[in-house]
Design a protein around this ligand. Sequence first.
Ligand SMILES: C[S@@+](CC[C@H](N)C(=O)[O-])C[C@H]1O[C@@H](n2cnc3c(N)ncnc32)[C@H](O)[C@@H]1O
Ligand code: SF4
Ligand code: SF4
Length: 372
Amino acid sequence: MKNLIINRYAMFNDNKAPKWIVLQLVEKCNLRCKMCYQWGETGSYLDFGKENLKLLSFEVIKDIINDCGDTKPYIGLYGGEPLMHPEIFEILRFLKEKEIKTYIDTNGTLNEKNAEKLIDSKVDLLWISLDGPPDINDRQRGNGVYKRVIKGIDRISYLKNQRNVTTPKLGISLTVTPLNYAYINELFFDNLDLSQIGSISIELQNFATAEEHSEYAKILNEEFELNTTAPIAKGLVQDPAIFSEMDTVLITSQLVRLKEACIERGINFNSSLKTLEPSNFKSYFEGNWNEMGDKKHHCSFPLTYAEITAKGDVVVCHTFYDHILGNVYETGFNAIWNGEKLKKLRSYLRKQLLPICTACCRYYYNPASGTN
Ligand SMILES: C[S@@+](CC[C@H](N)C(=O)[O-])C[C@H]1O[C@@H](n2cnc3c(N)ncnc32)[C@H](O)[C@@H]1O
Ligand code: SF4
Ligand code: SF4
């Protein structure tokens, strides 16, 4: 999971508002990355219908932030592609006026044309997705995408130097899949100019098996009375056989080398799996969660973190978009955050996890380490 470093003690303060909120600004996206659980080959958004795609209104965003009172949550802007929100720069200006730290998860294709505005906005951090050297990245993310992303990085870096400013800091997020796993270090060592980059995050393709998904839907119905087939989480369903050819020794050796290089150069390094060992990657891609060095038995994230989807639904993570705790177009955020549904979910997650939690980037997070 990629984000800024959050004060680890603040994370556990008793508080009436979350410390960290992700706003899904839009559902739409200008790319169709193959592994994407939203818009990829098995993505759940493909069925939405163009005319039904939602965006989170600026007005409701203001209400959410104002509802947090004195708490200044750390804000992540997410999508789809968040730079496609028509009022993205008004939103950024509002957050800056409120002195709220903000990052954007972006596919990087719209950064070149928005470079000046992004710098003017003083947004703290851009997490830019790149999945390999040019041909590999474009096989996963679409033709011509690599070049557009690099133009954006170059333009922003050039303007930052020219204006002698340090924001936005730039992070690269790479999602490891069967297509790109052998080319991770070719991207970082042979293609990118690392002097432009402040952080690197290595995520693994998240997935759930069909059995885990149906078990999850059953629990949502039986324990949480949600009457749902969990259609959004369906986009995460994969047969682990698609990962069977992946060379986990090669993945490990690349990440160990990359981590060392990051430490040497003062670049923040994050890997969603903390234990960089072939057996751990093997267990992950085989779906043998119990064998993993990074396994968890409960999750405290919903105590401090919330996500609001473009539909206005309040959820507790990227993975739980079907587990709706309320809607900010109908009920104030504060009432939902402190409401009975969230209390019930928190209490459940204190004792056990849900069957698709292993498909969640937060699952591997270790708040005690103080880093992501
Ligand atoms: C869903 S995208 C939204 C933001 C923006 N469109 C982007 O691509 O950065 C956020 C991140 O999720 C990653 N991602 C997509 N599908 C994934 C999956 N199945 N497992 C893990 N990460 C995934 C993307 O590569 C991207 O870095
Ligand atoms: S750019 Fe982001 S949201 Fe769009 S398809 Fe790719 S990973 Fe998914
Ligand atoms: S581990 Fe489970 S409960 Fe915790 S944030 Fe992830 S999906 Fe949500």
